[in-house]
Design a protein around this ligand. Structure first.
Ligand SMILES: Cc1cc2nc3c(=O)[nH]c(=O)nc-3n(C[C@H](O)[C@H](O)[C@H](O)COP(=O)(O)OP(=O)(O)OC[C@H]3O[C@@H](n4cnc5c(N)ncnc54)[C@H](O)[C@@H]3O)c2cc1C
Length: 414
C-alpha cells in the first residue's frame, strides 16, 4: 500500500512524521514524501532571511534518515491524476540536468503544496516586483537591498539617489508588516556601512484597504501603526497598486489615487493563490483556488485524497467561515490527517476537523511583536512588546519540537 504526501512544508511534515511513526511496524505500508527542495522551509521566518543571515531551513534528511518506511522523492509535482490515482513529477530538472518525468502511484494521497504569490494580473507587477515565498526570494531581496545601498552611496544625482533608497512593499498584511519592520531595523547598519544619512532611505507600505493588519483589533492596529511610524515607515492605505512599468531605465509603481512612485525596489506581499495543478486535477476548488474539503479534510468525490494547509478550503464548524491560511492550521491538519489515513485504512470512523485557534502574532522587528494568544475559557491575552516576540519564537520552536518528538517516539532517542 502506498501513501503519498505532496509537499514538505508545515502540513506535509507534520503528516509524514506522524504517519511514519503510526505505520512503523507495518512492512506493507510504504510512505512517499515529494518536495521540490531537500529542506523543510520555515516560511513564517522568511522575512528575517530577507534582511539578515538567519537559519530558516532544516534538511529533510534530519527528520527522515532513520525512517525506513519513508521514501523521499525530490521533484516538482507537475500533474495530479485523481481518477487514475497517480502523480507525475519532474526530478532532476535543473539548469544542467534535463527534465526526468516520473509517475508515482498512490492508494492514499495527501496534498500539502502550499500557496504561491498572487499578482492579480496587475500589469508589470510579476515582471518587476520581488516576492517572498521561497528561500531564493529572500536571498534575492537581501542581495538587492545591499546593492541599492552600495549604488546609492556613490550616486551624486539626488533624485536618482532617492530612487535607489526607496523601498516599497505592497500589502499591509502580516508578511508586509513583518518585512517592513525588519528592513527598517536593518537600514541603520546599512547606512553606517555605506556612509548614508539615516534620514535618506525610505520604506513605503501600500495597502488597498483602509487599515493594515486588518485581523487585529482597533487598539492593536493603532499601536502597530505608531510603532511603524516611529521606525520611519510611511503607510499608504486606501491605495491600489494598478501597475508597474519601466521607461528609459526607470521603474515606476502606478497607483490609484496618487502619482507614480519611482523606485528600484518593489516587494509584493499582497495576496496568495493556489497552483493551477489542483484545479486541473479535477478537484472542486473555491476562492484563491483552494480545494474544497469535507469535515475530515477529504477532497469532495475522492475519499482516499486529503488536502491540508493552504491548499484546503476547510470550514470552521464554530463560525461557518473558511479556516485562514496559516502555519498553525496546516500543522494541526497534518497531524489529524495522519490519524485519519490510519483510521480509514483500518475501517474506523474518521475524526472531525475542529481548528484550534492558538492566537496571532505579528513581529514588528526583532524586539517587538503585537497580537494575542488564546487562554482557557475563551479568554484572550493581548500584547504588544517584547513578550510577543518571545511568544512568536516559542510557537516556531514548538513546531520543531513536535516534529522531533514524533521522531523520538519512533526511534526511542533524539
Ligand atoms: C513571509 C511569511 C511569513 C508568514 N508568517 C506566518 C506567521 O507568522 N504565522 C502563520 O500562521 N503563518 C504565517 N505565514 C503563512 C504560512 O507560512 C503558511 O500558511 C504555511 O506555510 C502553509 O503551510 P502548508 O503546509 O500548506 O504549505 P507550505 O509550508 O508552503 O509547504 C508547501 C511545500 O510544498 C512544496 N511545493 C510546492 N509546490 C510544489 C510542487 N509543484 N512540487 C513539489 N513541491 C512543491 C514547497 O516547496 C513546500 O515545501 C507566513 C507566510 C510567509 C510567506
Amino acid at each position: 500500500m502506498d501513501i503519498v504526501i505532496l509537499g514538505a512544508g508545515y502540513g506535509g511534515m507534520s503528516c509524514v512524521t506522524r504517519l511514519s511513526r503510526k505505520f512503523r511496524r507495518k512492512k506493507d505500508v510504504r510512505i512517499h514524501l515529494v518536495n521540490r527542495h531537500t529542506y523543510h522551509l520555515l516560511e513564517t521566518r522568511l522575512h528575517e532571511r530577507a534582511v539578515r543571515e538567519s537559519e530558516v531551513t532544516i534538511p529533510l534528511s534530519r527528520f527522515l534518515a532513520k525512517r525506513k518506511n519513508v521514501t523521499f522523492h525530490l521533484g516538482e509535482v507537475t500533474h495530479i491524476a485523481l481518477e487514475e490515482r497517480y502523480v507525475e513529477l519532474d526530478f532532476g530538472k535543473s539548469e544542467t540536468t534535463p527534465a526526468t518525468p516520473r509517475r508515482i502511484r498512490y492508494d492514499y494521497l495527501v496534498i500539502a503544496l502550499g500557496s504561491k504569490t498572487n499578482f492579480y494580473q496587475i500589469p508589470g507587477l510579476e515582471e518587476h516586483a520581488f516576492q517572498l515565498k521561497e528561500l531564493d526570494d529572500s536571498e534575492r531581496i537581501r542581495e538587492h537591498t545591499e546593492r541599492m545601498f552600495a549604488i546609492a552611496s556613490t550616486e551624486s544625482n539626488p533624485e536618482k539617489r532617492r530612487e535607489y533608497l526607496r523601498f516599497v512593499i505592497g500589502g499591509g498584511g502580516l508578511t508586509g508588516v513583518e518585512l517592513a519592520t525588519e528592513m527598517a531595523e536593518r537600514f541603520d547598519s546599512l547606512c553606517e556601512q555605506y556612509h548614508i544619512e539615516e534620514s535618506e532611505p525610505e520604506i513605503l507600505l501600500i495597502e488597498l484597504g483602509e487599515k493594515i493588519l486588518p485581523s487585529l483589533d482597533g487598539k492593536q492596529i493603532r499601536r502597530s501603526v505608531e510603532a511603524l511610524q516611529a521606525m520611519g515607515i510611511r503607510i499608504l492605505t486606501n491605495t491600489r497598486v494598478v501597475g508597474m512599468r519601466e521607461e528609459n531605465g526607470h521603474l515606476e509603481i502606478l497607483r490609484e489615487p496618487g502619482a507614480p512612485i519611482p523606485t528600484r525596489s518593489m516587494i509584493w506581499t499582497g495576496g496568495i493563490r493556489i497552483s493551477d495543478l489542483l484545479r486541473k486535477s479535477g478537484a472542486e476548488t473555491g476562492p484563491q483556488g483552494r480545494v474544497i474539503v469535507n469535515e475530515f479534510l477529504q477532497v469532495q468525490g475522492y475519499s482516499e485524497v486529503f488536502a491540508i494547509g493552504d491548499n484546503a478550503l476547510a470550514i470552521n464548524p464554530e463560525n461557518a467561515k473558511a479556516v485562514p491560511t496559516a502555519a498553525q492550521f496546516a500543522l494541526q491538519q497534518g497531524y489529524l490527517t495522519a490519524d485519519n489515513v490510519k483510521r480509514f485504512i483500518e475501517g474506523r470512523d474518521l475524526k472531525r476537523y475542529r481548528p484550534k485557534v492558538l492566537g496571532e502574532v505579528v513581529s514588528l522587528g526583532r524586539h517587538l511583536a503585537v497580537g494575542w494568544a488564546s487562554l482557557p475559557a475563551g479568554m484572550q491575552l493581548r500584547f504588544l512588546g517584547f513578550l510577543g516576540i518571545l511568544f512568536k519564537r516559542a510557537i516556531s520552536e514548538r513546531h520543531l519540537f513536535l516534529l522531533w518528538k514524533e521522531r523520538q517516539n519512533w526511534t526511542g532517542h533524539w
